[in-house]
Design a protein around this ligand. Sequence first.
Ligand code: GAR
Length: 193
Amino acid sequence: MALSNGTNKIKTAVFISGNGSNLKSLIKFSRLKKSPISIDLIISNNPRAKGLNYGKFYKIKRKIFNFKDRNIAEKKIILEIKKNKIKLICLAGFMKIISKNFIKKFKGKILNVHPSLLPKYKGINTHERAIKNNEKYSGCTIHLVTSKLDSGKIILQKKVKINKSDTTKKLAKKILIQEHKLYPKAIMKIFNL
Ligand code: GAR
């Protein structure tokens, strides 16, 4: 992906469903001079998502869409994305599956963070499954979103050691810390910075 010009940052939307710790780290990153992106829109399917509070604190536009009817929700999101001239979408703990149609519209422009070393442990309950299988390592992946779940081109990965004493909660926490560093690095990478 190329930067359109040297001064304007790429307008980015972050999609969340819950805590929004990745959103927070992306907002902090976006405010650095070296960052190629600005965060101009936060989308949530969940009105109670804690992450929405970061948006409020940083005065970023927030929009909530009910995914009971995904088709309607996505149509509204597309309008919002166009209105705000969004050029990059970062899924950050967004727990809804996006339709093939939506992905096609923004081909190559949607990133996701996944808490495993893909292609291992696609989907949910990644930490439980990694521990149960006695994996020595797990980690996180930043990848491009395609219509196949958690299968798009891998931008960056970070390995995290699983200790014998690690519970699902402990491992999730360790991996999350790495996610916060990896997402900004992956964004720098896709813009060749
Ligand atoms: C993160 O660990 C992210 O990798 C995961 O949800 C968590 C969200 O945390 N995403 C998925 O499992 C997507 N399949 P956050 O809301 O604090 O950023």
